[in-house]
Design a binder for this molecule. Sequence first.
Ligand code: SAM
Ligand code: SF4
Length: 337
Amino acid sequence: MTNTHALARPLIDNFGRHVEYLRISVTDRCDFRCTYCMAENMSFLPKSQVLSLEEIEQLARAFVDRGVKKLRLTGGEPLVRRDIMTLIERLGAFLGDGLEELTLTTNGSQLRRYAPELVRHGVKRINVSLDTRDAAKFAAITRWGRLSQVLDGIDAALEAGLHVKINMVALKGENDHEIIPMMEWAHQKGMDLTLIETMPMGAVDIERADQYLPLSKVRENLAKRFTLSDDPLKTGGPARYLRVEETGGRLGLITPLTHNFCETCNRVRMTATGDLYLCLGQDHKVSLRDPLREEGIEAIDKLLDHAMDIKPKGHDFEIDRQKPQVNVSRHMSVTGG
Ligand code: SAM
Ligand code: SF4
């Protein structure tokens, strides 16, 4: 199909970076309460402030018209939003018409129900977050989650033909000893594994410095047992990839704290209320919801130009016991990671 849209003015920021990737948080709500992500007692947004599915679709179209090629739905938990499959079907219709990839990040709890439908609407790969395969520990980390449901969801995704990448937040003293077994399990099932450093976002009930595990250390330890080589895969994202010779699989490392990845950043993030955040670790944003509601979709183009003008060079995440624990006041569930 010819692409009549992406030839319009592309989104390029003041540092010459092309924005081609939009992450959309479709809800701030979640059926889990992971300790590093949310406080147990979270208050959520009233419905009137949240973009409707139609508004999300309109805005997504505006981004695709400006050259965005990849959309990732996230949250909160994207698959707990009511009628989410209607949105996924509509966004799936953009594939081949400017959009090259539609994907999502999920906690996996609803995959048994939705995996085949995701495939029908053109989703080919998904990220599933899983920090442990120990049922008791899983319950402790997620507070409300059930491991068996998530493992079954992952199987359902694989059965449906989805390519699955497991995301694991490395938590010192909690799941560090599970990194190797998790990698072997994932690779044996044909899934990639990406490790993530915990980021100081939003007030939570735990001490972040206690949980912070630098991935540089993890890599050193892995190199004692496995043959690791740099994998050239570049997603324009923050992960660097390694090939693990013994398992034949791929390991990603997302290291915002030990290695800054901002110079190749190609993404922006829209919250469920239509705030467009230009950097995960900074507060620069442009609000799209009210202009859309008051002036219509025509108002959005110039706001996207303004967004490119204010996209910051990079984040300043830092975890240091002597300094404030929260670098960014919003929780990860607002922008979805
Ligand atoms: N609910 C979905 C899920 O868990 O995959 C999507 C949203 S969740 C906010 C996206 C990712 O952010 C998950 O992989 C989660 O582990 C990660 N995350 C949440 N809070 C984090 C933090 N403070 N530091 C690092 N990663 C975090
Ligand atoms: Fe929910 Fe995902 Fe945050 Fe866990 S990490 S509380 S699953 S949004």
